[in-house]
Design a protein around this ligand. Structure first.
Ligand code: GUN
Length: 295
């Protein structure tokens, strides 16, 4: 009988990360600094709203000065840019996050590039991305950073392993691939990045020791795509209709968990996996930014 897979529980890791921030926040407080995080939400996307509520609640619990600025979907690009400029000047704010996706009439890249790179707690600014590629210290995007924390926490060996990522987004796929190829502890992988133009996806995924799935397609990865004993990390959060539930829908990942779990050595559940890490790493990046402001 093979060993049963390790279920990589985001809650335990996220709690450990937040616990580790408490002393650092206390030290900042002794210097008269309260970590300040401002989130801008434009429009009413339900997924974004619940994500932003979670950021608000959790940053409040850690004693942050946190604020969510909710703007109507019709807000102009110029208004959003002016708000970001104003927050850039405010010394009590260490992190600025503009929730994505933005309405179509607003150029997301322009907004991201307007955020001061010293307050870029999302790690999406070209300066942060450039530092990541070069292996320099900077803000790492929260979801990939959270996955690395999970890998560390559960002692998953990465050196020399083949890590395959599905999805080339700027938020997950590209930073994840770049992080894991660095010559550092908890990385040092051979990395393959697959995407929508990859002709035979399973050819690559079946070679993965560690498979990170950020495809944005519900239950995309089935057992025929996974090598026996692989570590499977599912970044997907998808609502699918389910008339048997009270809400009429349920949340599934990009991996067909029930069909794949027995083949893995470790796997993240959805919900309860990677999703819980993203906010924890946002808080961590905000504390780092507040510490930088002391230097
Ligand atoms: N939308 C989905 N994930 C994220 C994230 O990590 N940051 C922002 N700003 N928007 C998102």
């Amino acid at each position: 009988m093979p060993n049963s897979p390790i279920i990589l529980a985001g809650k335990a890791v996220a709690e450990a990360v937040k616990e580790g921030l408490k002393d650092r926040i206390a030290t900042l407080n002794q210097h008269g600094i309260i970590p300040g995080l401002t989130v801008i939400l434009v429009g009413e996307d339900p997924g974004s709203q619940s994500y932003v509520r979670s950021k608000e609640r959790q940053s409040g619990k850690l004693g942050f000065k946190s604020e969510v600025i909710r703007l109507a979907a019709e807000t102009s690009e110029a208004e959003v840019l002016a708000l970001v400029e104003q927050l850039n000047q405010d010394e009590s704010i260490h992190g600025i996050l503009v929730q994505l996706p933005l309405p179509k009439h607003i150029d997301s890249q322009k907004v991201i590039e307007t955020i001061s790179s010293s307050k870029d707690v999302d790690g999406f600014h070209p300066v942060s991305m450039g530092k990541l590629v070069l292996g320099l210290e900077g803000f790492v995007p929260c979801t990939p950073a959270g996955i690395v924390e999970m890998i560390k926490y559960y002692g998953i060996e990465t050196r020399g392993k083949h890590l395959v990522v599905i999805g080339r987004s700027n938020i997950v796929g590209k930073p994840m691939a770049n992080l894991m190829l660095q010559k550092s502890e908890h990385a040092n992988c051979t990395v393959t990045l697959c995407h929508t133009a990859t002709p035979d996806m399973s050819l690559y995924t079946k070679m993965a020791d560690i498979l990170v799935v950020a495809a944005g397609v519900p239950q995309y990865v089935g057992p025929d795509m996974v090598k026996e004993g692989a570590v499977v990390i599912d970044v997907g959060i998808n609502r699918i209709e389910d008339p048997e539930t009270e809400k009429g829908y349920r949340i599934v990942g990009d991996v067909d968990y029930e069909a794949v779990v027995a083949k893995t050595s470790a796997i993240t559940p959805v919900p309860g996996g990677v999703g819980l890490m993203t906010v924890a790493m946002l808080l961590s990046n905000t504390v780092k930014s507040a510490e930088n402001s002391l230097k």
